[in-house]
Design a protein around this ligand. Structure first.
Ligand SMILES: Nc1ncnc2c1ncn2[C@@H]1O[C@H](COP(=O)(O)OP(=O)(O)OP(=O)(O)O)[C@@H](O)[C@H]1O
Ligand SMILES: [Mg+2]
Length: 100
């Protein structure tokens, strides 16, 4: 199993979820978070914002589906501007469903 954690723009959240669903990926966990990347926040005129509001999405998928998940996120989350986000991929030992 593969765990994909993505940090995306909040305004791209629904588009990303729709894109995942179109790719046959239905399960996810999401959270509203704050963070910063290489630019260490953003400068707007005289005001420096040290952190930006982002959405964190966590998806666990079979290894064969991980590229599909990553592509679906990238396609929907991209604006081409700094701050589009990050995708972190890691191997997961296992995923259990509580019901069975
Ligand atoms: N190295 C990191 N570790 C953990 N989280 C990160 C890291 N870099 C970025 N993030 C998270 O991702 C969010 C978006 O990062 P961002 O897109 O600005 O990355 P970047 O590397 O600066 O790319 P870009 O140059 O396109 O802005 C950050 O607000 C933060 O929450
Ligand atoms: Mg950045």
């Amino acid at each position: 199993m593969t765990m994909i954690q993505a940090v995306i723009r909040p305004e791209k959240e629904q588009e990303v979820i729709d894109s995942l669903e179109k790719s046959g990926i239905y399960g996810y966990t999401r959270q509203s978070v704050f963070g910063r990347g290489r630019q260490r926040g953003i400068q707007v005129g005289p005001v420096r914002y040290e952190e930006m509001a982002k959405v964190w999405l966590m998806i666990v998928a079979e290894d064969e589906k991980s590229d599909r998940v990553i592509d679906a996120i990238k396609v929907a989350a991209t604006t081409g501007n700094p701050g589009d986000g990050k995708i972190f991929v890691s191997r997961l030992a296992e995923a259990r469903t509580i019901r069975k």
